[in-house]
Design a protein around this ligand. Sequence first.
Ligand code: 3EB
Length: 318
Amino acid sequence: MVCRAPRVSYRNVDAAQALAEPGMLAVIGFGAGREETDDPRWLRLPLEPFDAPAPLECWEVDGPVGCGQTGDIRWSRGGGWLFASVSLDESASGGIETCAAEAYRQLAQFLVGQDESQVLRVWNYLPDINQGDGDGERYKRFCSGRARGMGAAFVGGFPAATAIGSPGCNGRLQVYLLASSQPGARVENPRQVSAWRYPRQYGPTPPSFARAVRLPAGDALAISGTAAVIGHASAHQGDLPAQLAETLANLEALLAAAGMPAGFDTHSPLKAYVRRPGDARAVRDFFRQHLPAVPALLLHGEVCRRELLVEVDGWRYA
Ligand code: 3EB
């Protein structure tokens, strides 16, 4: 059975209300002001939203949803989809590299026994992503640990992914994913070198992700974190408007490469991660001007390369 894509939306409801709706696979809240609940479908990320009141991100599927916790893995399933998340205290794991390896090892181990073992999309949030120099930078150590922990779980190819720094340092590595029983179709961006082929200058272990993945039914494209990268190089250092324009060009190139309808509209919820809070207004204005119909969520987050000021990820429904 090839299942209809989860519908992702940003909604101003409270968590309990959203979680009570039928077919709710996951609800994600942002920032320090958010409630905590034990429901495994609930995930709170420390990234502060630039909107008040901050919307919740809701994932809806067809059919009933079940959920549980297995070790450190919180999961839910329904409509042919599996949502799984893990949040590890980095200090208890002995640093970011071993923590990433541990998070991915646990996720991989959990997935082995599941019908939905094909990971299509992963999100990673870690504190102080740009701290450390050269190969010691935390993002680069995260990449090494991630690759080690993945083992053979992603032999079918890398999922689409996001890796972003959470400025409100909570000391935790948070990883969550969407999986199904069917493989997706990986999509690369012809304007960019595939991340797993990045040259040595970006670190000892190239990042393990595809630029986008088309879901099994072909009805949605999961878009990885996308920034002003051309070839393998960061473009437009220090120039926010130019980085935004280049990011949009990359997003449009991905749609074309995936054979998805051109343009972003009401059917393409996007998140923008903004490094400097002072840039949020300019990012909002850019969206209003160039992506006026797009449901957009702006978050304070640090892109994994210091020179990049903004990154965008999200969904494009057919
Ligand atoms: C880039 O294009 C920007 O390490 O999982 C984007 C999306 C980026 C995912 C990851 C990194 C990741 O290289 C960085």
